[in-house]
Design a protein. Structure first.
Length: 253
């Protein structure tokens, strides 16, 4: 292992760890290719996330419990492949991270699964302030847009570019890959409500089993947790400003 790599890793530990005490692995978090939800990250978004994801913890299935914390990112880089061109005509570019785990008896099997390619796909959770339509250039997060992702309008195919990443929450080991190049997985059932509920559960520490909730139950939970987040932001008033920025989940490998 390069001394510089170990030095970067030890910036996140309370004591200096030796090479044989840690397990280090690389992971592609996300890229600029259009995914199955007809969304893509802009190149500037990847650069923003390069900084934001340093130090972020890795968990399982976006279940924000401390017992699920399993790894931590300590280095990131932007990697481009000049031989690959995305659907939108850009040079394929991805955000690659280097993460570490402290070797223990409890994670021996997980390390074997990572090395064996069983635990491979990951999902990143972040907040994008803009979602731009490729057809009309409208920001669908702040204005109306009638275009549907994946549909063609004249000679233009509709997709949405995510940009202005203001926060990165965590990254998770997940099960099902969806994005062609980055191995990204995304949830389809009650998608927007599920994304919102996941973000709110993460922010409030709520452990509700949202995956098995109906749309009505998810909506009710979101209302409850939104009130809770307002109190957290401003204990003196439940009417404090609510942050409605979208919670995005993008997957990598």
């Amino acid at each position: 292992m390069e001394n510089n790599l170990l030095k970067k890793l030890n910036e996140f530990t309370r004591r200096e760890f030796k090479e044989d005490e840690v397990y280090i692995f690389s992971v592609i978090l996300c890229d600029n290719e259009t995914d199955r939800d007809n969304e893509k990250f802009s190149l500037s978004a990847l650069s923003e996330m390069k900084k934001l994801f340093i130090g972020k913890t890795g968990i399982f299935d976006h279940n924000a419990k401390t017992s699920n914390q399993t790894a931590r990112i300590f280095d990131t880089e932007i990697v481009s492949d000049e031989t690959k061109i995305t659907k939108s005509g850009e040079v394929y570019t991805c955000l690659k991270a280097t993460a570490y785990m402290v070797r223990t008896k409890s994670n021996e099997d997980l390390i074997k699964e990572i090395e064996g390619g069983i635990k491979k796909e990951v999902s990143v959770s972040c907040r994008a302030e803009k979602r731009i339509c490729s057809v009309c250039s409208s920001d669908t997060l702040s204005s109306s847009c009638s275009h549907r992702g994946g549909k063609k309008y004249g000679d233009k195919e509709c997709y949405f570019t995510l940009s202005d990443i203001s926060d990165a929450y965590e990254w998770s080991f997940v099960a099902v890959p969806a994005q062609v190049n980055a191995g990204v997985t995304k949830s389809s059932e009650n998608e927007e409500l599920l994304k919102k509920a996941t973000r709110l559960c993460f922010l409030t520490g709520d452990n509700s089993d949202i995956k098995n909730m109906s749309e009505t139950e998810l909506s009710s939970l979101c209302e409850t947790l939104e009130k809770k987040t307002k109190k957290i932001k401003n204990p003196d008033s439940v009417n404090s400003h609510d942050d409605n920025s979208p919670y995005m989940m993008k997957r990598g490998r």
